[in-house]
Design a protein around this ligand. Structure first.
Ligand SMILES: [Zn+2]
Ligand SMILES: [Zn+2]
Length: 148
C-alpha cells in the first residue's frame, strides 16, 4: 500500500467539489502533480514516476485523469514548447519561463497587470498564459564557465 500525503483528504474534497469521483488513481496523480508542481510534468513523466508503485496504471489512465482535471480547472496545460503539453497544478494564474538549453520550465514571479482580468473589449477571458523563453540561471552559469 502506498502511503499518501496528509494532503489526500483535501484532494479528495477538491475532486468531489468538481464532481469528479475521487478514485485511488486520480488521487495519486493529483497528489503527485501537486507535490511536483514546480517541475511542470508531462503525461509520460507522471506515468513513469507512478507506474513503479502502481503496476495497473496505464498511460491512458494518466492522460484521462489529466483531461478531467483540466476540464474541472484543477490543473492547467502549458504548451510553451509547442511540441508537448506540461501540466501545472493550478493555484493562481502565473507565467512561465522555458530554458531552451535544458528544457526546464520555471514559474515566473512577475506581477502581470492583465492576469487577473476577466474580460477585455467585450471578450470573456478564461485563461491567461505568459511565456518567456531564454536561458535559465544554471545554464547561464555553465555557459559562462565554458567561455572563461
Ligand atoms: Zn537551463
Ligand atoms: Zn507553473
Amino acid at each position: 500500500m502506498i502511503k499518501m500525503t496528509s494532503n489526500s483528504e483535501h484532494l479528495k474534497e477538491l475532486l468531489a467539489e468538481k464532481g469528479l469521483k475521487p478514485t485511488y488513481q486520480r488521487l495519486m496523480i493529483l497528489d503527485y502533480l501537486q507535490e511536483h508542481r514546480k517541475e511542470h510534468l508531462t503525461v509520460e513523466k507522471i506515468y513513469t514516476a507512478l507506474s513503479g508503485e502502481m503496476p495497473l496504471l496505464s498511460m491512458t489512465t494518466v492522460y484521462n485523469a489529466l483531461s478531467s482535471f483540466l476540464k474541472a480547472g484543477l490543473v492547467s496545460a502549458i504548451t510553451i514548447t509547442g511540441t508537448e503539453v506540461r501540466y501545472d497544478f493550478l493555484t493562481e494564474p502565473h507565467h512561465h519561463f522555458l530554458c531552451r538549453m535544458c528544457g526546464r520550465i520555471s514559474d515566473v514571479d512577475v506581477q502581470c497587470p492583465v492576469a487577473e482580468r476577466k474580460s477585455m473589449k467585450g471578450y470573456l477571458i478564461e485563461e491567461v498564459h505568459g511565456y518567456f523563453k531564454g536561458l535559465c540561471k544554471e545554464c547561464l552559469k555553465r555557459q559562462r564557465k565554458q567561455q572563461a
